[in-house]
Design a protein around this ligand. Structure first.
Ligand code: NAP
Length: 288
């Protein structure tokens, strides 16, 4: 019998740091599926369109079976899609491409990946939440939270970016959403009623590992829970502050694995081996 083979990959720049190849190759191996998951590091130059066009053509011809998309292409790749899932359309960003009968479908698994992991790990009832950042990941988080009945306030260094985000999702919210700055005075006014703060900025990650998106001058609200999308380091400065103040905390590795698992299921139609995927990612991170 001819064995299924999956040619998968990630388009982004830079992409070398990504854990996605390890996570997906682990999943293929665990299910004894043949295939590969390659990095397509495409620098954001005028020629990048030609490279991405070529990859999409290969996908239409079924030479490639599925892609993840990361920064800076999550939005710019939208016009290449034949259709979008409702969540990708609402969020305005694609992180997963699959095909049905040669037609390219853009999906966004960050939103469900975040919400599934939030519910699994922090088990909070929907209430007031503050999202720090208003980029692509913040849009996926805000969409899933509004959908699940959370009251969301978005704080960003560029308030108009936060205002655009809340305008796009206002129809999903049962009460008006707020857009504020990351200044202590704004956060103090809006964070007090929050049971959850989500960091969707890169602050706390990589060469900013010693920093927090939360101002030093402002204590975290009592007992507030933190979900930090950053997963490297395992515990960010923001998470440590909240843990020391008695709050529940969660880093972004579970979301990374869940969004990957949902993408893998789109591509293969098989249940993703989440435990093996998480274990591989944790083991890799512990060596870094
Ligand atoms: P993005 O589209 O570039 O958005 C980043 C947001 O953070 C923007 O609002 C940006 O503001 C803001 N920001 C960046 N540097 C800042 C600074 N120094 N001070 C204040 N605000 C700052 O990136 P993204 O795709 O949303 O990703 C955001 C973070 O989430 C990254 O760390 C990424 O690795 C992580 N992430 C994790 C997962 C997961 O599965 N765990 C999934 C997706 C993303 P400006 O627009 O003004 O720069």
């Amino acid at each position: 019998m001819l064995k299924e083979r999956y040619e998968l990959g990630l388009i982004g720049w830079p992409a070398d740091y990504s854990l996605s190849p390890l996570i997906h190759k682990t999943a293929l191996l665990a299910l004894e599926l043949e295939g590969d998951y390659r990095l397509f590091a495409v620098p954001p130059l005028p020629e990048s369109n030609v490279v991405i066009d070529g990859l999409m053509k290969d996908m239409r011809r079924c030479r490639l079976h599925g892609f993840n998309v990361t920064v800076p292409y999550k939005c710019s790749i939208l016009p290449q899609m034949d259709s979008l899932t409702p969540q990708a359309e609402a969020i305005g960003a694609v992180n997963t491409i699959f095909h049905t009968d040669g037609r390219l479908v853009g999906d966004n698994t960050d939103a469900a990946g975040f919400m599934i992991d939030l519910n699994d790990r922090l088990k909070l009832e929907p209430a007031n939440a503050l999202i720090l950042g208003a980029g692509g990941a913040a849009r996926a988080v805000a969409y899933s939270m509004c959908y699940a009945g959370w009251q969301v306030c978005v704080a960003a260094r560029r308030v108009p970016q936060a205002a655009r985000l809340i305008a796009d999702f206002a129809h999903l919210a049962s009460q008006p959403m707020q857009a504020v700055s990351l200044e202590a005075s704004d956060l103090e006014r809006h964070a007090l009623q929050c049971s959850l703060i989500v960091n969707a900025t890169p602050i706390g990650m990589g060469n900013r590992a010693g920093e927090s998106p939360w101002p030093d001058s402002l204590p975290l609200p009592d007992g507030v829970a933190i979900y930090d999308l950053v997963y490297r380091p395992k515990e960010t400065v923001l998470m440590r502050s909240a843990r020391q103040a008695g709050g529940l905390v969660c880093g972004g590795l579970g979301m990374l694995v869940e969004q990957a698992a949902l993408a893998f299921e789109r591509w293969t139609g098989r249940d993703a081996p989440r435990a093996a995927m998480l274990e591989a990612a944790e083991s890799q991170l512990s060596k870094m």
